[in-house]
Design a protein around this ligand. Structure first.
Ligand code: SF4
Length: 378
C-alpha cells in the first residue's frame, strides 16, 4: 500500500517534470585537466594558458536531456522508450533526485520539492528508484531480511503496530516471494535474477512510496522470467495505485505494460501518447523505426534498426531535428529548425515537421545530399 503523501495535482499528476534539461560537463583535450573538477578557478586558467589557450573557453558538454516534460498520474504506467544514449536513464535519475537538473523543475503533488534535508528525505520516501541490475543494487553480505528492514528503520516505519518480521513478510508477499520465511534469510547469490529484482522492488515498496521509477527493470533478466516482473509492476499499478515510470529500450514490452508511452531520441522527447495509439499508429519516423526493430513473428525479414545508422554524439548533436541524419523523410527545414510538438490525435503529440501544414516550398524540399530513402540502409 502507498503511504500518506501529497494528493495528486489538479491535473491528476503525482509527479510532474517541467522542461527538465541535463548537460554534463566534459573535461578533455588538455592533458592534465581531467582531474580538475569543473575546469574552474585560477589553476585551470593557468594550465589552459600553458597549453596555448587564452581568452574564454567554451566548456564542451554532453547534452543528455533537453527540455523534457511529463506527468506521472496515480495508477498508471508511463513508459519512456528509446535506444541506448537517448537520455531515458538520466531522466529517471533526475526524477529520483539522484542527479540535479541543469534546468527545469520537478513537482510532487503539484508542489515544488523543498530543498531542505527534510524535504529531500520526504521526497525520497515518496519517489523510489528501482535499478536495472538487481545483483549490484543488493549488498552481497546482507540477507533479504536486512535489505527490507533497513529502509523501514531509516524512515522510522518499523514497529507501527506491526512487528518488523511481519512487515518484512508482508513486503515479500506483495512481490510474490512466498512463503516469506523461505526467502527472508537468503543472500542475493542464493536467488535467481527475477527473485533479486523482486527483492529490490520490495525494498522500494518498504517506504510506502506513491511513485516507482523502474529503470530497465527486466532487461538483465532471462527472457522467460521478464513477464513475471512486468506482471508484478502491473499488479502494483492496479492494486495499490502506484504511479510507475517504466524505462525501457523495448517498445514491445512498453506496449504490453504501459498506459502511456514517451519516445525519446538523443535526449529529446519526439513522440508521446496513449500506448496503443503510439504503437498502432506511430506518427514520428523514429518511433516507426523503433517498431520496425521490435520482435514480430509476422515479419518476413530481419529487424531494420541496426541498419539505420546510430544515435548522434550528444556533445555536438545535429542542428534542427536531431534525427535528421537518419531520417528517410528529412526535409530542408529539418536540418535548421527544431520541430515543435504537433498534436496528431487525442493526447498524441509528435515533434516532426511532417505534421506542419504551413511550411514554405523551400522548407519542404527533400534535404540536399541526403540520399537515405525509406527502406535504404546507411
Ligand atoms: Fe524526419 Fe524531419 Fe520529422 Fe525529423 S522533423 S523526424 S528529420 S521528417
Amino acid at each position: 500500500m502507498t503511504g500518506p503523501g501529497p494528493a495528486p495535482a489538479a491535473d491528476g499528476a503525482l509527479l510532474t517534470a517541467r522542461g527538465l534539461t541535463k548537460h554534463f560537463a566534459v573535461h578533455r583535450g588538455v592533458p592534465g585537466t581531467r582531474s580538475m573538477p569543473g575546469m574552474r578557478g585560477i589553476l585551470a586558467t593557468r594550465r589552459l594558458a600553458r597549453h596555448g589557450f587564452t581568452g574564454r573557453v567554451a566548456a564542451p558538454a554532453v547534452h543528455a536531456v533537453e527540455d523534457v516534460s511529463l506527468t506521472l498520474p496515480a495508477a498508471r504506467v508511463t513508459a519512456v522508450v528509446g535506444e541506448s544514449g537517448s537520455g531515458k536513464s538520466t531522466l529517471a535519475r533526475m526524477l529520483a533526485r539522484v542527479i540535479k537538473p541543469t534546468s527545469g523543475e520537478i513537482l510532487l503533488g503539484g508542489r515544488p520539492v523543498a530543498a531542505s534535508n527534510r524535504g529531500r528525505r520526504a521526497y525520497a520516501r515518496q519517489v523510489q528508484l528501482v535499478l536495472q541490475d538487481p545483483f549490484s543494487s543488493l549488498n552481497p553480505v546482507h540477507d533479504v531480511g536486512y535489505h527490507l528492514a533497513r529502509p523501514l528503520q531509516v524512515h522510522h516505519l518499523a514497529g507501527n503496530g506491526t512487528s518488523l518480521d511481519e512487515t518484512i513478510a508482508g513486503l515479500l508477499e506483495r512481490v510474490a516471494l512466498t512463503p516469506a520465511d523461505q526467502f527472508v534469510h537468503k543472500y542475493p547469490h542464493e536467488l535467481s535474477g527475477g527473485q533479486r529484482q523482486r527483492v529490490a522492488i520490495a525494498r522500494a515498496l518498504a517506504v510506502q512510496p506513491q511513485v516507482l521509477l523502474a529503470d530497465e527493470p527486466v532487461s538483465m533478466l532471462d527472457v522467460s522470467i521478464r513477464l513475471g516482473v512486468l506482471n508484478l509492476l502491473s499488479g502494483l499499478r492496479e492494486r495499490e495505485g502506484l504511479a510507475i515510470l517504466y524505462i525501457t529500450h523495448d517498445i514491445a514490452s512498453a506496449r504490453y505494460l504501459a498506459d502511456d508511452i514517451v519516445v525519446m531520441y538523443a535526449g529529446q522527447m519526439v513522440e508521446s501518447g496513449p500506448a496503443r495509439t503510439v504503437t498502432d499508429e506511430p506518427a514520428h519516423p523514429y518511433t516507426q523505426l523503433l517498431l520496425s526493430a521490435a520482435p514480430d513473428p509476422d515479419r518476413a525479414g530481419p529487424p531494420s534498426l541496426a541498419g539505420r545508422g546510430s544515435p548522434p554524439s550528444l556533445v555536438s548533436p545535429p542542428g534542427g531535428c536531431r534525427f535528421h541524419p537518419r531520417c528517410p523523410h528529412a526535409m530542408a527545414v529539418c536540418a535548421t529548425s527544431v520541430p515543435p510538438g504537433h498534436q496528431v490525435g487525442t493526447g498524441h503529440v509528435s515533434a516532426c515537421w511532417l505534421h506542419a501544414s504551413d511550411l514554405a516550398p523551400g522548407q519542404s524540399q527533400p534535404l540536399a545530399n541526403h540520399d537515405l530513402t525509406p527502406g535504404e540502409e546507411t
